[in-house]
Design a protein around this ligand. Structure first.
Ligand SMILES: Nc1ncnc2c1ncn2[C@@H]1O[C@H](COP(=O)(O)OP(=O)(O)OP(=O)(O)O)[C@@H](O)[C@H]1O
Length: 457
Protein backbone atom coordinates (compact mmCIF):
# COMPACT_ATOMS: atom_id res chain seq x y z
CA UNK A 1 0.00 0.00 0.00
CA UNK A 2 1.35 3.47 -0.90
CA UNK A 3 1.22 5.78 2.06
CA UNK A 4 -0.72 8.91 1.09
CA UNK A 5 -1.36 11.73 3.53
CA UNK A 6 -2.92 15.15 3.24
CA UNK A 7 -2.89 18.51 4.98
CA UNK A 8 -6.29 20.12 4.67
CA UNK A 9 -6.54 23.65 6.10
CA UNK A 10 -9.27 26.12 5.26
CA UNK A 11 -7.67 29.03 3.36
CA UNK A 12 -9.21 31.66 5.63
CA UNK A 13 -5.98 33.23 6.92
CA UNK A 14 -2.27 32.59 7.34
CA UNK A 15 -1.38 29.26 8.95
CA UNK A 16 -0.19 29.27 12.56
CA UNK A 17 2.28 27.09 14.38
CA UNK A 18 -0.45 24.56 15.31
CA UNK A 19 -1.39 24.09 11.66
CA UNK A 20 2.32 23.77 10.89
CA UNK A 21 2.58 20.95 13.45
CA UNK A 22 -0.14 19.06 11.56
CA UNK A 23 1.48 19.74 8.17
CA UNK A 24 4.88 18.63 9.49
CA UNK A 25 3.51 15.48 11.11
CA UNK A 26 2.03 14.52 7.74
CA UNK A 27 5.16 15.48 5.82
CA UNK A 28 7.50 13.58 8.14
CA UNK A 29 5.20 10.56 8.12
CA UNK A 30 5.24 10.61 4.29
CA UNK A 31 9.04 11.01 4.30
CA UNK A 32 9.50 8.09 6.66
CA UNK A 33 7.26 5.85 4.58
CA UNK A 34 8.30 7.08 1.12
CA UNK A 35 4.71 8.20 0.67
CA UNK A 36 2.85 11.05 -1.03
CA UNK A 37 1.78 14.36 0.49
CA UNK A 38 -1.35 15.98 -0.87
CA UNK A 39 -2.06 19.62 -0.15
CA UNK A 40 -5.81 19.99 -0.04
CA UNK A 41 -7.59 23.27 0.51
CA UNK A 42 -10.85 23.00 2.41
CA UNK A 43 -12.35 25.98 0.60
CA UNK A 44 -16.00 24.95 0.32
CA UNK A 45 -16.95 28.06 2.32
CA UNK A 46 -16.72 30.30 -0.69
CA UNK A 47 -17.42 33.48 1.28
CA UNK A 48 -14.48 33.09 3.71
CA UNK A 49 -11.95 31.19 1.60
CA UNK A 50 -9.55 33.22 -0.51
CA UNK A 51 -7.10 32.19 -3.21
CA UNK A 52 -4.54 34.62 -1.76
CA UNK A 53 -4.61 32.64 1.50
CA UNK A 54 -4.16 29.30 -0.36
CA UNK A 55 -1.15 30.81 -2.14
CA UNK A 56 0.23 32.20 1.11
CA UNK A 57 -0.21 28.81 2.84
CA UNK A 58 1.77 27.13 0.04
CA UNK A 59 4.45 29.79 0.43
CA UNK A 60 4.66 29.19 4.18
CA UNK A 61 4.80 25.40 3.72
CA UNK A 62 7.57 25.64 1.10
CA UNK A 63 9.50 27.96 3.41
CA UNK A 64 9.21 25.33 6.15
CA UNK A 65 10.52 22.67 3.75
CA UNK A 66 7.25 20.90 2.91
CA UNK A 67 6.63 20.21 -0.78
CA UNK A 68 3.37 18.75 -2.01
CA UNK A 69 3.02 16.00 -4.62
CA UNK A 70 -0.38 17.37 -5.62
CA UNK A 71 -2.61 20.34 -4.77
CA UNK A 72 -6.38 20.02 -4.63
CA UNK A 73 -9.13 22.57 -4.08
CA UNK A 74 -12.44 21.31 -2.71
CA UNK A 75 -14.27 24.23 -4.35
CA UNK A 76 -13.50 22.61 -7.73
CA UNK A 77 -14.97 19.25 -6.79
CA UNK A 78 -18.65 19.90 -6.05
CA UNK A 79 -19.85 17.34 -8.64
CA UNK A 80 -18.00 14.59 -6.80
CA UNK A 81 -19.74 15.54 -3.55
CA UNK A 82 -23.11 15.81 -5.30
CA UNK A 83 -22.64 12.26 -6.62
CA UNK A 84 -21.86 10.98 -3.12
CA UNK A 85 -24.99 12.70 -1.79
CA UNK A 86 -27.08 10.92 -4.42
CA UNK A 87 -25.52 7.61 -3.46
CA UNK A 88 -26.34 8.14 0.22
CA UNK A 89 -29.90 9.25 -0.58
CA UNK A 90 -30.44 6.16 -2.71
CA UNK A 91 -29.24 3.99 0.13
CA UNK A 92 -31.63 5.76 2.53
CA UNK A 93 -28.72 7.03 4.60
CA UNK A 94 -29.28 10.75 4.03
CA UNK A 95 -32.63 12.15 5.08
CA UNK A 96 -34.32 15.51 4.73
CA UNK A 97 -35.06 17.52 7.88
CA UNK A 98 -37.13 20.71 8.08
CA UNK A 99 -36.66 21.87 11.68
CA UNK A 100 -35.58 25.45 12.35
CA UNK A 101 -32.74 26.07 14.84
CA UNK A 102 -35.33 27.31 17.38
CA UNK A 103 -37.38 24.13 17.08
CA UNK A 104 -34.27 22.00 17.52
CA UNK A 105 -33.30 24.00 20.56
CA UNK A 106 -36.69 23.47 22.15
CA UNK A 107 -36.53 19.71 21.49
CA UNK A 108 -33.10 19.49 23.09
CA UNK A 109 -34.44 21.22 26.20
CA UNK A 110 -37.39 18.81 26.37
CA UNK A 111 -35.09 15.79 26.03
CA UNK A 112 -32.87 17.12 28.79
CA UNK A 113 -35.79 17.57 31.19
CA UNK A 114 -36.78 13.96 30.44
CA UNK A 115 -33.27 12.79 31.24
CA UNK A 116 -32.55 11.81 27.63
CA UNK A 117 -29.27 12.71 25.87
CA UNK A 118 -29.73 16.00 23.98
CA UNK A 119 -29.26 14.43 20.56
CA UNK A 120 -31.48 14.70 17.52
CA UNK A 121 -34.42 12.29 17.92
CA UNK A 122 -34.75 11.50 14.20
CA UNK A 123 -38.26 12.99 14.13
CA UNK A 124 -37.81 13.82 10.41
CA UNK A 125 -37.79 10.11 9.58
CA UNK A 126 -41.46 9.83 10.53
CA UNK A 127 -42.76 12.88 8.64
CA UNK A 128 -45.78 12.15 6.45
CA UNK A 129 -45.80 13.25 2.83
CA UNK A 130 -48.49 15.76 3.76
CA UNK A 131 -46.29 17.33 6.46
CA UNK A 132 -43.40 17.53 4.00
CA UNK A 133 -45.64 19.19 1.41
CA UNK A 134 -46.73 21.73 4.03
CA UNK A 135 -43.17 22.59 4.98
CA UNK A 136 -42.31 23.03 1.34
CA UNK A 137 -45.29 25.25 0.62
CA UNK A 138 -44.24 27.35 3.65
CA UNK A 139 -40.97 27.92 1.75
CA UNK A 140 -38.90 25.71 4.05
CA UNK A 141 -36.00 23.95 2.41
CA UNK A 142 -34.53 20.79 3.93
CA UNK A 143 -31.13 20.24 5.45
CA UNK A 144 -29.80 16.71 5.18
CA UNK A 145 -28.70 14.40 7.98
CA UNK A 146 -26.62 11.27 7.75
CA UNK A 147 -28.31 8.30 9.41
CA UNK A 148 -25.65 7.04 11.80
CA UNK A 149 -25.56 3.25 12.00
CA UNK A 150 -26.67 1.77 15.27
CA UNK A 151 -24.00 -0.85 14.88
CA UNK A 152 -20.48 -0.22 13.72
CA UNK A 153 -20.79 -2.24 10.55
CA UNK A 154 -20.98 -5.53 12.40
CA UNK A 155 -24.33 -7.35 11.90
CA UNK A 156 -23.41 -9.75 14.71
CA UNK A 157 -23.61 -6.94 17.21
CA UNK A 158 -26.63 -4.86 16.24
CA UNK A 159 -26.76 -3.23 19.67
CA UNK A 160 -23.26 -1.89 19.41
CA UNK A 161 -23.08 1.83 18.73
CA UNK A 162 -19.40 2.28 19.43
CA UNK A 163 -16.78 2.92 16.79
CA UNK A 164 -13.23 1.82 17.61
CA UNK A 165 -9.95 2.62 15.97
CA UNK A 166 -6.30 2.26 16.79
CA UNK A 167 -4.99 5.80 16.69
CA UNK A 168 -1.40 6.36 15.51
CA UNK A 169 -0.87 8.89 18.27
CA UNK A 170 -3.40 8.04 20.99
CA UNK A 171 -3.71 4.26 20.81
CA UNK A 172 -7.12 2.59 21.23
CA UNK A 173 -9.94 5.11 20.77
CA UNK A 174 -13.69 4.73 21.01
CA UNK A 175 -16.54 7.06 20.05
CA UNK A 176 -20.08 6.09 20.97
CA UNK A 177 -22.31 7.13 18.08
CA UNK A 178 -25.32 6.94 20.39
CA UNK A 179 -24.02 10.07 22.11
CA UNK A 180 -24.10 12.00 18.83
CA UNK A 181 -26.85 13.48 16.68
CA UNK A 182 -27.11 12.31 13.10
CA UNK A 183 -24.80 14.91 11.58
CA UNK A 184 -26.01 17.46 9.05
CA UNK A 185 -23.98 16.97 5.87
CA UNK A 186 -25.78 19.46 3.61
CA UNK A 187 -27.27 22.79 4.72
CA UNK A 188 -30.61 24.31 3.64
CA UNK A 189 -28.86 26.40 1.00
CA UNK A 190 -27.22 23.29 -0.49
CA UNK A 191 -23.73 24.07 0.87
CA UNK A 192 -21.61 21.35 2.42
CA UNK A 193 -20.36 21.09 5.96
CA UNK A 194 -16.82 19.81 6.48
CA UNK A 195 -17.60 16.10 6.96
CA UNK A 196 -18.79 14.83 3.58
CA UNK A 197 -16.26 16.55 1.26
CA UNK A 198 -13.46 15.49 3.57
CA UNK A 199 -14.44 11.80 3.55
CA UNK A 200 -15.26 11.75 -0.17
CA UNK A 201 -11.87 13.29 -0.96
CA UNK A 202 -10.02 10.93 1.36
CA UNK A 203 -11.60 8.03 -0.54
CA UNK A 204 -11.06 9.55 -3.98
CA UNK A 205 -7.48 10.59 -3.32
CA UNK A 206 -6.51 7.27 -1.77
CA UNK A 207 -5.58 8.79 1.61
CA UNK A 208 -4.14 5.95 3.66
CA UNK A 209 -3.43 7.91 6.87
CA UNK A 210 -5.36 10.88 8.24
CA UNK A 211 -3.08 12.75 10.62
CA UNK A 212 -4.48 15.87 12.27
CA UNK A 213 -5.11 17.68 15.53
CA UNK A 214 -7.12 16.07 18.33
CA UNK A 215 -9.86 18.68 17.76
CA UNK A 216 -11.09 16.06 15.26
CA UNK A 217 -11.25 13.00 17.54
CA UNK A 218 -15.03 13.11 17.96
CA UNK A 219 -15.56 13.65 14.22
CA UNK A 220 -13.67 10.46 13.54
CA UNK A 221 -16.48 8.21 14.75
CA UNK A 222 -18.90 9.79 12.30
CA UNK A 223 -16.33 9.78 9.53
CA UNK A 224 -15.56 6.08 9.94
CA UNK A 225 -19.30 5.41 9.66
CA UNK A 226 -19.45 7.57 6.52
CA UNK A 227 -16.48 5.80 4.91
CA UNK A 228 -18.33 2.52 5.42
CA UNK A 229 -21.63 3.94 4.15
CA UNK A 230 -19.84 4.98 0.95
CA UNK A 231 -18.43 1.47 0.58
CA UNK A 232 -14.83 2.35 1.47
CA UNK A 233 -12.36 1.03 4.00
CA UNK A 234 -11.56 3.82 6.54
CA UNK A 235 -7.94 5.04 6.57
CA UNK A 236 -5.68 4.85 9.61
CA UNK A 237 -6.21 7.85 11.90
CA UNK A 238 -3.72 9.72 14.04
CA UNK A 239 -4.64 12.67 16.29
CA UNK A 240 -1.87 14.70 17.84
CA UNK A 241 -2.26 17.17 20.70
CA UNK A 242 -2.88 20.83 19.94
CA UNK A 243 -0.51 23.73 20.52
CA UNK A 244 -1.55 26.80 22.49
CA UNK A 245 0.06 30.15 23.32
CA UNK A 246 2.21 30.36 26.47
CA UNK A 247 -0.85 31.57 28.39
CA UNK A 248 -2.83 28.55 27.19
CA UNK A 249 -5.01 30.27 24.58
CA UNK A 250 -6.04 28.35 21.48
CA UNK A 251 -4.81 29.37 18.04
CA UNK A 252 -6.82 30.48 15.06
CA UNK A 253 -5.89 31.61 11.58
CA UNK A 254 -8.18 34.54 12.09
CA UNK A 255 -6.17 36.12 14.92
CA UNK A 256 -2.77 35.83 13.23
CA UNK A 257 -1.13 34.84 16.55
CA UNK A 258 1.99 32.68 16.10
CA UNK A 259 1.62 32.71 12.33
CA UNK A 260 4.42 31.15 10.29
CA UNK A 261 4.64 34.45 8.43
CA UNK A 262 5.36 36.39 11.64
CA UNK A 263 7.99 33.86 12.77
CA UNK A 264 9.71 34.06 9.38
CA UNK A 265 9.64 37.85 9.49
CA UNK A 266 11.20 37.85 12.95
CA UNK A 267 14.22 36.11 11.42
CA UNK A 268 13.72 32.58 12.74
CA UNK A 269 15.16 29.71 10.67
CA UNK A 270 12.61 27.28 9.22
CA UNK A 271 14.27 24.28 10.89
CA UNK A 272 14.08 26.02 14.29
CA UNK A 273 10.32 26.42 13.76
CA UNK A 274 9.98 22.83 12.50
CA UNK A 275 12.04 21.36 15.36
CA UNK A 276 9.97 23.04 18.05
CA UNK A 277 6.62 22.54 16.27
CA UNK A 278 7.28 18.78 16.02
CA UNK A 279 9.12 17.99 19.25
CA UNK A 280 7.24 20.18 21.76
CA UNK A 281 4.52 18.26 23.62
CA UNK A 282 6.19 14.90 23.02
CA UNK A 283 8.38 12.68 25.17
CA UNK A 284 11.37 13.68 22.97
CA UNK A 285 13.85 16.37 24.07
CA UNK A 286 13.45 19.60 22.16
CA UNK A 287 16.69 20.30 20.29
CA UNK A 288 17.58 22.17 17.11
CA UNK A 289 17.46 19.57 14.33
CA UNK A 290 19.29 20.90 11.26
CA UNK A 291 17.59 18.91 8.48
CA UNK A 292 14.17 17.45 7.71
CA UNK A 293 15.74 14.00 7.24
CA UNK A 294 17.10 14.07 10.77
CA UNK A 295 13.79 15.37 12.08
CA UNK A 296 12.03 12.49 10.29
CA UNK A 297 14.26 10.10 12.22
CA UNK A 298 13.34 11.74 15.52
CA UNK A 299 9.63 11.88 14.65
CA UNK A 300 7.28 9.42 16.33
CA UNK A 301 3.55 10.21 16.36
CA UNK A 302 3.07 7.82 19.29
CA UNK A 303 5.41 9.97 21.42
CA UNK A 304 2.93 12.88 21.62
CA UNK A 305 1.30 13.59 24.93
CA UNK A 306 -2.49 13.67 25.16
CA UNK A 307 -2.76 17.15 26.61
CA UNK A 308 -2.27 20.45 24.78
CA UNK A 309 1.29 21.82 24.67
CA UNK A 310 2.35 25.43 25.13
CA UNK A 311 4.40 26.90 22.32
CA UNK A 312 6.91 29.45 23.60
CA UNK A 313 8.44 31.56 20.80
CA UNK A 314 11.33 32.49 23.13
CA UNK A 315 12.50 28.88 22.84
CA UNK A 316 12.83 29.45 19.10
CA UNK A 317 15.62 31.96 19.61
CA UNK A 318 17.72 29.40 21.48
CA UNK A 319 17.19 26.83 18.71
CA UNK A 320 17.87 29.49 16.09
CA UNK A 321 21.25 30.34 17.61
CA UNK A 322 22.23 26.68 17.73
CA UNK A 323 21.33 26.17 14.07
CA UNK A 324 23.24 29.27 12.97
CA UNK A 325 26.28 28.35 15.06
CA UNK A 326 26.65 25.13 13.10
CA UNK A 327 25.34 26.24 9.71
CA UNK A 328 27.79 25.45 6.90
CA UNK A 329 28.71 28.28 4.54
CA UNK A 330 27.14 26.45 1.59
CA UNK A 331 23.75 26.69 3.31
CA UNK A 332 24.10 30.36 4.21
CA UNK A 333 25.71 31.41 0.90
CA UNK A 334 22.66 32.56 -1.09
CA UNK A 335 21.10 34.44 1.79
CA UNK A 336 24.41 36.16 2.58
CA UNK A 337 24.56 37.27 -1.06
CA UNK A 338 21.16 38.89 -0.64
CA UNK A 339 22.60 40.77 2.35
CA UNK A 340 25.45 41.97 0.15
CA UNK A 341 27.98 39.57 1.70
CA UNK A 342 29.97 37.98 -1.12
CA UNK A 343 33.44 37.56 -2.52
CA UNK A 344 36.51 35.79 -1.21
CA UNK A 345 35.98 36.93 2.33
CA UNK A 346 32.38 35.73 2.57
CA UNK A 347 33.24 32.21 3.76
CA UNK A 348 35.89 33.05 6.40
CA UNK A 349 33.63 35.90 7.50
CA UNK A 350 30.68 33.52 7.93
CA UNK A 351 32.78 31.04 9.89
CA UNK A 352 34.00 33.88 12.11
CA UNK A 353 30.64 35.45 12.91
CA UNK A 354 28.07 32.59 12.83
CA UNK A 355 28.74 31.70 16.47
CA UNK A 356 27.62 35.17 17.52
CA UNK A 357 24.40 35.48 15.60
CA UNK A 358 20.86 35.41 16.97
CA UNK A 359 19.50 35.77 13.44
CA UNK A 360 21.17 35.25 10.09
CA UNK A 361 20.38 38.84 9.03
CA UNK A 362 22.51 40.09 11.94
CA UNK A 363 25.54 39.05 9.84
CA UNK A 364 25.00 42.25 7.82
CA UNK A 365 25.93 44.50 10.75
CA UNK A 366 29.16 42.53 11.36
CA UNK A 367 29.98 42.82 7.65
CA UNK A 368 29.51 46.59 7.96
CA UNK A 369 31.82 46.72 10.99
CA UNK A 370 34.40 44.82 9.00
CA UNK A 371 34.09 46.94 5.89
CA UNK A 372 33.45 50.38 7.34
CA UNK A 373 34.90 50.20 10.83
CA UNK A 374 33.10 50.69 14.17
CA UNK A 375 29.67 52.18 13.64
CA UNK A 376 30.07 54.24 16.81
CA UNK A 377 33.43 55.53 17.95
CA UNK A 378 34.14 54.26 21.46
CA UNK A 379 35.29 56.65 24.18
CA UNK A 380 38.73 55.75 25.56
CA UNK A 381 40.45 56.98 28.71
CA UNK A 382 43.83 58.64 28.17
CA UNK A 383 45.43 55.52 29.58
CA UNK A 384 43.68 53.20 27.16
CA UNK A 385 44.39 55.49 24.20
CA UNK A 386 48.12 55.46 25.01
CA UNK A 387 47.98 51.70 25.39
CA UNK A 388 46.20 51.29 22.03
CA UNK A 389 48.63 53.52 20.15
CA UNK A 390 51.50 51.51 21.55
CA UNK A 391 49.75 48.25 20.66
CA UNK A 392 48.95 49.26 17.08
CA UNK A 393 52.57 50.36 16.57
CA UNK A 394 53.57 46.79 17.44
CA UNK A 395 51.34 45.27 14.72
CA UNK A 396 53.50 42.81 12.74
CA UNK A 397 54.34 43.60 9.13
CA UNK A 398 52.90 41.60 6.23
CA UNK A 399 52.79 38.76 5.33
CA UNK A 400 50.62 37.60 8.19
CA UNK A 401 50.30 33.96 9.21
CA UNK A 402 47.34 32.15 10.78
CA UNK A 403 48.72 32.89 14.26
CA UNK A 404 48.80 36.67 13.78
CA UNK A 405 46.44 37.47 16.68
CA UNK A 406 48.42 35.33 19.11
CA UNK A 407 51.72 36.74 17.91
CA UNK A 408 50.57 40.35 18.11
CA UNK A 409 48.95 40.13 21.55
CA UNK A 410 52.02 38.30 22.94
CA UNK A 411 54.17 41.23 21.82
CA UNK A 412 51.71 43.76 23.26
CA UNK A 413 51.56 41.89 26.58
CA UNK A 414 55.29 41.88 26.84
CA UNK A 415 55.69 45.55 25.93
CA UNK A 416 52.84 46.99 28.03
CA UNK A 417 52.57 44.54 30.91
CA UNK A 418 48.76 44.46 30.37
CA UNK A 419 46.97 41.14 30.26
CA UNK A 420 43.45 39.62 30.34
CA UNK A 421 40.51 42.00 30.01
CA UNK A 422 42.70 45.12 30.37
CA UNK A 423 44.52 44.05 27.22
CA UNK A 424 41.71 42.55 25.12
CA UNK A 425 38.81 44.92 25.81
CA UNK A 426 40.40 48.13 24.46
CA UNK A 427 41.57 46.18 21.41
CA UNK A 428 38.09 44.75 20.84
CA UNK A 429 36.51 48.19 21.22
CA UNK A 430 39.01 49.79 18.85
CA UNK A 431 38.58 47.08 16.22
CA UNK A 432 34.80 46.62 16.34
CA UNK A 433 33.31 49.42 18.43
CA UNK A 434 31.54 46.75 20.50
CA UNK A 435 32.33 45.08 23.79
CA UNK A 436 31.44 41.57 22.61
CA UNK A 437 31.43 39.68 19.35
CA UNK A 438 33.27 37.12 17.26
CA UNK A 439 36.77 35.90 18.15
CA UNK A 440 39.27 38.65 17.32
CA UNK A 441 41.68 35.94 16.17
CA UNK A 442 39.18 35.23 13.36
CA UNK A 443 38.39 38.87 12.57
CA UNK A 444 41.97 40.15 12.38
CA UNK A 445 42.94 38.21 9.21
CA UNK A 446 39.74 39.49 7.60
CA UNK A 447 40.67 43.10 8.41
CA UNK A 448 44.23 42.67 7.12
CA UNK A 449 47.08 44.89 8.20
CA UNK A 450 45.73 47.94 6.43
CA UNK A 451 42.20 47.52 7.79
CA UNK A 452 43.53 46.98 11.30
CA UNK A 453 45.82 50.02 11.18
CA UNK A 454 42.89 52.15 9.98
CA UNK A 455 41.34 51.53 13.43
CA UNK A 456 44.28 52.97 15.39
CA UNK A 457 42.86 55.70 17.62
N1 LIG B 1 -3.68 24.74 17.79
C1 LIG B 1 -3.47 23.71 16.98
N2 LIG B 1 -2.49 22.83 17.24
C2 LIG B 1 -2.26 21.78 16.41
N3 LIG B 1 -2.97 21.54 15.29
C3 LIG B 1 -3.97 22.38 14.98
C4 LIG B 1 -4.26 23.51 15.80
N4 LIG B 1 -5.31 24.17 15.24
C5 LIG B 1 -5.62 23.50 14.11
N5 LIG B 1 -4.83 22.43 13.95
C6 LIG B 1 -4.88 21.46 12.85
O1 LIG B 1 -4.62 22.15 11.63
C7 LIG B 1 -5.32 21.52 10.55
C8 LIG B 1 -6.01 22.58 9.72
O2 LIG B 1 -7.11 23.02 10.45
P1 LIG B 1 -7.99 24.28 10.18
O3 LIG B 1 -7.79 24.82 8.83
O4 LIG B 1 -9.35 23.97 10.63
O5 LIG B 1 -7.28 25.31 11.17
P2 LIG B 1 -7.75 26.17 12.41
O6 LIG B 1 -6.60 27.06 12.69
O7 LIG B 1 -8.24 25.27 13.48
O8 LIG B 1 -8.98 26.90 11.82
P3 LIG B 1 -9.52 28.37 11.83
O9 LIG B 1 -9.42 28.76 10.39
O10 LIG B 1 -10.90 28.16 12.30
O11 LIG B 1 -8.68 29.21 12.73
C9 LIG B 1 -6.27 20.53 11.21
O12 LIG B 1 -5.77 19.23 11.00
C10 LIG B 1 -6.25 20.87 12.68
O13 LIG B 1 -6.40 19.73 13.51
Amino acid sequence: MTVTVRFAPSPTGRIHIGNARTALFNWLFAMKNKGRFIQRFDDTDLARSKQEFSDAILYDLHWLGIFQDATEYQSRRFEVYDAAVEKLKQAGLLYACYETPEELDLRRKVRRTRGLPPVYGREALTLTSQQIAEYQSDGRRPHWRFLLPNFAGDPQEPERTEVHWNDLARGEETVDLASLSDPVLVREDGTYLYTLPSVVDDIDMGISHVIRGDDHVTNTGVQIALFKALGAEPPVFGHHNLLTTTSGEGLSKRTGALSIESLRESGIEPMAVASLAVLVGTSENVTAVPTMNELAERFDPAATSKSAAKFDPDELLVLNRTLLHHMPFSEAHDRLMVLGISGEQAEPFWLAVRGNLDRLADAASWWRVLREGPQEQPEFSDDDRDFLRQAFDLLPEDPWTATIWKDWTAKVREATGRKGKALFMPLRLALTGLSSGPELADLLPLLGREGTMARRP
